[in-house]
Design a protein around this ligand. Structure first.
Ligand SMILES: [Zn+2]
Ligand SMILES: [Zn+2]
Length: 428
């Protein structure tokens, strides 16, 4: 180091000490970038010793540090670094009720301390300095790691302990857990996710008892109860790979979905047991299967995939004979032009889409009712493929037969991914 460098560091250190009482942590932290393998406290202590030695040789003409300045409470951190153990205990207490393998400490600085730090930096500059926050995070983190035998993780900690200096408390930010599964819906009338109240659109009104929600039980709520209890979580978010109509059943292998578990205090639970609990509690309504832990990334993958479907549609067809019906099925195989159905046009853009019907088969036929198996591209509206929706869907079964036709019951029996393979846990 050059002489100029020596002087500049010592002069800076003297300038800092002239500002008032300062602890070794805060003094050393202003030179944190100059040496490694030393804590700020050791660094500050060393600098103080050096200045004292220089002063005692008489070579230093500046005022030695006054006794008051040495003993008083540090004006920069206001004594915070003397309370490290208090913050460690607060952190341990907050983390106590939480299951985690890795953690991180963060700090919410008080206005006073950030002002103090800025004031100091205006005087002495920030060339070699480390922010107060990062020293506090590191020092508290180190101690918690020692006491808990858990590791500090800077990129993806299970939990972040936030030291809130103003409120003198530690808050936890617990990382969500993601569970992938599939559901079957055995009965009609269950929506996939929570339904906002039609009257108030979720704001809460008399109609919905100020819950903002319709009183209909959804797949999301059915699953939520057991997941929230098993993982001591605050809430869940339900991400489905598309959704079926409320009045359609979801059969076959079920529909893939991901549960985002918010603020779980337990993370490593027995998923086979959870699956059993959900299925017992939801018996006769829904069945879940293949529960497994996944990454957050899975939500994006699930949402971005467009799944081809196989449906079984029960169609009322009074007055139509079987041969006419079977011939008409050929006419609705291939490319279908669909304008947004009149039943959903109030909430979706009025567009014309082209979707493919891969195959249509007559499964069963009676005098006034037929069951038809339809394999089609993602996004095709099956009810309108049958009814024609007043000419908005072309071609349609009603149009091909020349009579009114309507779907009286609809089931999704298979959900396939883009390449046509059945979506299963083995395909990933
Ligand atoms: Zn200090
Ligand atoms: Zn309402």
């Amino acid at each position: 180091m050059s002489d100029a460098g020596d002087y500049s560091i010592l002069n800076t250190a003297r300038a800092i000490l002239c500002e008032g009482a300062i602890c070794d942590h805060c003094l050393g932290r202003q030179f944190a970038k100059l040496s490694t393998g030393m804590t700020n406290r050791e660094r500050g202590h060393t600098i103080r010793l050096m200045l004292e030695m220089i002063a005692s040789t008489g070579a230093d003409v500046s005022e030695p540090e006054s006794e008051r300045a040495k003993r008083g409470r540090c004006w920069v951190c206001n004594g915070l670094f003397e309370e490290l153990d208090t913050w460690v205990s607060r952190g341990l207490e907050a983390l106590g009720g939480c299951e985690y393998e890795s953690f991180l400490v963060g700090t919410r600085l008080s206005g006073l301390l950030s002002e103090n730090e800025e004031l100091l930096w205006e005087i002495v500059g920030t060339d070699y300095a480390e922010p107060l926050k990062s020293e506090l995070n590191r020092e508290v983190g180190k101690r918690i790691a020692e006491k808990t035998n858990r590791s500090v993780d800077f990129t993806k900690p299970d939990v972040v302990a936030i030291l809130d200096l103003t409120k003198e408390m530690v808050r936890l930010q617990i990382r969500s857990v993601y569970i992938c599964s599939r559901y079957k819906k055995l009965v009609r009338g269950i929506p996939q996710t929570r339904w906002s109240c039609r009257t108030c659109r979720g704001r809460g009104c008399e109609e919905c008892g100020f819950t903002g929600q319709m009183s209909v039980e959804s797949v999301e709520e059915l699953v939520a109860t057991d997941v929230i209890e098993a993982m001591s979580a605050v809430d869940i978010v339900f991400h489905g790979a598309g959704r079926e109509d409320v009045d359609a059943r979801m059969l076959g292998d079920g529909r893939p979905f991901v549960i985002e578990v918010k603020e779980p205090r337990k993370r490593s639970i027995d998923l086979a047991r959870l699956e059993q609990e959900i299925n017992e509690h939801c018996e006769g309504k829904i069945v879940v299967s293949d529960l497994r832990f996944v990454d957050r990334e899975m939500v994006r993958r699930l949402k971005s995939k467009r799944h081809d479907k196989v449906y079984l549609a029960t169609v009322s067809c009074a007055g139509v004979d079987q041969d006419t019906l079977v011939r008409a099925l050929d006419d609705i195989t291939g490319m279908i032009r669909q304008r947004t159905p009149s039943r959903v046009v109030h909430r979706r853009a009025d567009l014309v889409r082209e979707r493919k019907v891969y195959s249509v088969l007559l499964e069963s036929f009676s005098v006034d009712c037929a069951v038809i198996r339809i394999e089609c591209e993602a996004g095709l509206y099956v009810k309108e493929l049958i009814s024609g929706d007043d000419g908005r869907t072309m071609p349609s079964l009603a149009g091909a037969v020349g009579a009114d036709m309507v779907v009286t019951a609809l089931d999704v029996v298979a959900i396939k991914d883009q390449v046509g393979e059945s979506y299963s846990s083995n395909s990933h």
